[in-house]
Each structure stands twice: as C-alpha cells, then as structure tokens.
Design a protein around this ligand. Structure first.
Ligand SMILES: [Ca+2]
Length: 481
C-alpha cells in the first residue's frame, strides 16, 4: 500500500505532462479561403517580421468579407488560451470555433507587441500585433476555426498566425515558445538575451514576495497616518509602500496576472495616474472600475525626446552633473525630508532611459529610502505586463518591466520593506515659518531635485537661497531630515 501515493503522483505527473499542448498555426496556410490579397500595396509587408515568412491578408473594396478556415487538431482537448497575431489597425476580425457563433476579436484593449510591417516603412494600415482572444474549449481531435475580415474600409485585415495553448503564452514577436532570439553579431560574448518564459507563479520560486502582502488588501483596516508613518489602522502595524505607477493591463484577465506579478516582485501599492473623482471631488466608482478593469490612460505615450533635449549617461551614485565635465551636482529625487511629522512619499521617480546607469535605481532607492525612513516610493511607470523593450508601439523613457528595474525589485523591495538598511538618526531638524513657506520663501534643505521642468514652472523666480544658507545636501545620505 505504501507505494500507492508515489504511483498516484507519477500518474498525475504524466497526465499533466501529456496535457501541456501548444498549437501554432500559420495564417497563410488555410484549409479554405476566400481572402483577396492586394498585390501592390496592402500585401507589401516586411515578410521577415512574419511567422513562417508570410501572412494572409484581405483588401477588396467591392467584395464580401474575406474568410479563411483552418483545421486544428488537439491531442487531448480541453481549455486553451487563444491568441492571434493579426493587423490591429482599424480592423474588424471575427472567429468561429466549430459550430459556435461568430465572435469579434477585441484588439483595442488587447493589442500587444505591436509593430509596423509596411514594406516601405510608411505609417498606414499595415501593422501587426498579438492579442489574447480569450479562453476556448477545444474538442479532442479535429476542430475547425474560421476567421472573417470585415473591416469598414474594404474589409481589410491580415492574419500572421494564431496560437492555442494549455499553458500561459507570452507573445514574443515571431518567436515560438522555447525559441531564443538570434544574438546580434555585435554583442559581446558575455551578453545574453534576457528572455524568460511566461511566469506560472509556481510555489517553488525563490523570489516570490507575495507573503509580504496581506491576503486581501485592507484585511487589517484602512491605511492611516500615525506618528509620522503609515500604519494598518486596526493593528497599528507600520507599513512601507514599495509602489509602482500603473497598472498596465487593460483587461481584467491581464490585470489579475499583473497584480500577481507585482505582489511577487514586492510591490504593495499601485498609484493610479489620473483623477479618480468627479467634478465635485467625490470618488467616482466608474473611474476606479475602468482603471482597474480595462483602461489605464496616460501610460502609452510616445518616446519623448524633443528639440532641446539631450542625452547624457549620468550616475546618480557619483552625482554627475547634467553637463559632462561640470562639477558634481548634489541633488537627487531620493532626498526625502519629512514634513511636520507626516508620512512622506516620493510620488514618482525613476532613472529614465537611455542611461547606462539605470540599474542603480532600485537598490539606490531601497537603501536610501530605508535610511531616510521614507514611507512610500513610487516607481514610474509600470507600462507593460511582460518584459519588453517597447510595451506599447513606441519606446518610452521609463519602462519598468525591464531587468534593470523590475528584475531587481525582489531584493530591493525586501531591503526597503523589511528595513534591512537601518533607519538613520535625525541629522537636521529645521523649523520653518508657515508664512514664509506660503510665499515660497524656500528652505535651507536642498529641494532642487523635487522639481522637474513641469513643477519648476509653478515656482516664482528669485527664491534661490544664497550660498552658506543651505544645509549640506549629503545630510540625506546619512540620516533623516
Ligand atoms: Ca505567418
């Protein structure tokens, strides 16, 4: 009898191995098709950016919607994640599984990993993106999937491939699960592609910090301010917040996955970027629902490098000046004074890309945040759920889901939240006159770093303090202020 549990375990293991199945089908290989390709424009795309070197497309002004049918064989049948790689731009694409009704595929909320594939590089309709269609039930053996392209403009559309998988699938361009990208020949031999497979959030992970958070946020009551810190109001237990601006997910499914990812990496607060209240200042539940359920406005901006902007590699650890060769600049957003014994929060900060020193950020903020006893540090910005250089179509300066940032979060969050760097003594205690402050009279503490170009516009000119009146800015690196 004592062998039974082991045998049972082996059988269940075998079943789970047998069940894992990923089916990848090329759009350009249908069993039947009524698509009309547009030979000299719409179908002129960069074939090397398409799986299998081609897609199936439809663009025909006076013809009915294009349809293509595919045979799909599932070894065991059951529940599959369903993904398509298709043109997301002003398209209408529907699918029909076996004898079920036609269903539209939602690209607006779900498009991921988007790329312009126009052969001539023009910004027109010719794009490609992955989208998770949802979860479907496949029969054991033969199934049929049909796609219909019925866009308002000439029924246009393009389908590169589609995937059905019993395991979590992460889109990575034309790479199939388990495939590695070709290393660029210019790469040093010590470099390797950072390309982890989809996270299954298994219990064997050594870096999972989910246990640091409550089971459900608010279990120990609302967060309150007490003795200069945040506490759980029912227990008075102090709490520091390692936070991100986000979240990036646009659908409920994805948000669930992202919330789990954030908890794993040590995050315990998400800052919603935008007003969650109405004109009277009352909380608007619809806005909160939208923010959590589907939309995250303001995250998908374009790469913001304009006339007059420059790019300098600066190490914050060395206080390097904005202008190379100039004296060190002892200002930094991590410098965090506490005011009037209230909890203190750095509401958004990061090391922007491009910058070779970006990997300093998480450990720097964790160590000096803990030393200064900051109560919350919000990292800007969680703009993608998956590891990606470009979470949206454009590259952004602050993408967090990168090895240099989120990749270091487990260690950094632990240092900060657990106080593994000890809180320093009070090094400067400054009494300020409220009237002076209201006149923006400034303080002897260095505040320069708290201003970016947007905030500086609100400050009246001529408030700079004279040399000798300032507290040594390095005070922030030895203790509290
Ligand atoms: Ca293809």
């Amino acid at each position: 009898m004592k062998f039974v549990p082991i045998a049972g375990f082996i059988v269940s293991l075998m079943m789970s191995i047998a069940h894992a199945e990923t089916i990848w089908i090329e759009g350009e290989k249908p069993a039947k098709s009524t698509m009309n390709r547009h030979p000299w424009w719409y179908d002129q795309v960069k074939k090397d950016q398409l799986s299998g070197g081609d897609w199936i497309s439809n663009f025909a002004e006076k013809k009915p919607a294009g349809e293509a049918e595919y045979s799909v064989t599932a070894k065991d049948g059951g529940k599959f994640e369903f993904w398509v790689r298709a043109n997301p731009t002003a398209t209408k694409l529907s699918f029909r599984l076996n004898d079920a009704d036609w269903k539209p595929i939602e690209f607006e909320k779900n498009a991921r990993d988007a790329a312009n594939i126009a052969g001539d590089g023009k910004l027109d309709l010719r794009f490609i993106a992955w989208a998770k269609v949802g979860s479907v039930e496949l029969k054991r053996g033969a199934n049929t999937i049909r796609f219909r392209m019925h866009s308002d403009n000439s029924n246009h559309g393009g389908l590169d491939c589609f995937v059905l998988s019993t395991e979590p699938f992460t889109p990575r361009g034309i790479l199939k699960p388990g495939e590695t990208p070709k290393a660029s020949p210019s790469f040093d031999k010590d470099w390797f592609a950072f390309d982890p497979s989809a996270d299954k959030f298994g219990s064997s992970s050594a870096i999972d910090l989910r246990f640091l958070n409550e089971k459900v946020a608010g279990e120990q009551g609302f967060i309150a301010a007490k003795d200069g810190h945040f506490v759980h109001s029912q227990t008075d237990e102090p709490v520091r917040f390692w936070a991100v601006n986000g979240a990036a997910a646009k659908s409920r499914d994805e948000l669930k996955r992202e919330a789990r990812q954030l908890a794993k990496y040590g995050v315990n607060l998400v800052r919603l970027h935008g007003p969650m209240f109405d004109k009277r200042g009352e909380v608007d539940p619809a806005k909160i629902q939208r923010a959590f359920g589907c939309r995250n406005e303001g995250e998908f901006s374009e790469w913001s490098m304009r006339d007059g902007h420059s790019w300098v590699d600066r190490s914050a650890l060395r206080f390097e000046s904005e202008e190379p060769g100039k004296p060190a600049s002892f200002v930094h957003p991590a410098m965090d004074p506490k005011y009037d014994n209230k909890p203190s929060m750095i509401s958004e900060t990061t090391w922007n890309r491009p910058n070779r020193h970006r990997s300093e950020a998480p450990l720097y903020l964790a160590a000096f945040g803990a030393l200064q006893d900051s109560d919350c540090i919000v990292h800007f910005a969680k703009d993608g759920v998956d590891w990606s250089v470009k979470p949206g179509y454009f590259m952004q300066p602050w993408t967090l889901t990168a090895p240099t940032q989120l990749g270091q979060f487990p260690a950094a969050a632990l240092i900060y939240r657990r106080g593994l760097v000890k809180t320093g003594d009070v090094m400067a205690d400054v009494t300020l006159d409220v009237e002076d402050l209201l006149k923006l009279g400034g303080t002897p503490l260095p505040q320069d770093a708290a201003f970016d170009e947007l905030r500086l516009k609100d400050v009246s000119q001529g408030t700079t303090l004279k040399p000798g009146q300032r507290t040594d800015p390095l005070v922030h690196y030895v203790g509290r202020t």
